[in-house]
Design a binder for this molecule. Sequence first.
Ligand SMILES: [Zn+2]
Length: 139
Amino acid sequence: MYDEILIDHNLHPRNRGVINGVRPIKLVNSGCGDELFVYLKFKDSKVINGKFKGNGCAISKASADLFISSVKGKDLRMIGEIKEIFEKMIVGEATKKQVERIGELAALESISRMPARAKCAKLAWESLDKITVEDLKSV
Ligand SMILES: [Zn+2]
């Protein structure tokens, strides 16, 4: 079932595209050849819209699509909590209860058995570490 979610997000990404007037955050995973651009539009430290574009492996793209779906409409504090669980999950350290809290992102739990792909799964999430004060004021 989870593999179906990943395949579906690859074939039919919900959040592919760009947002005019929003700075693209460039993310590179050279080991795999993934290169993504993430657009996050904020209002009152809440993500009100998100998109991504670029090229990468199936895992990095499905993960980016799931990332944007799961941060949209949430504030940075809540997103930080989800990120913490997600990062634990992909290295196999999250509890079942924690994984249940992060919804569709649980589709990436199998990455914990493929450590070489953890960077692909985490790539879009790295955009959160690159947000500037200006990005938060972009509206
Ligand atoms: Zn990759």
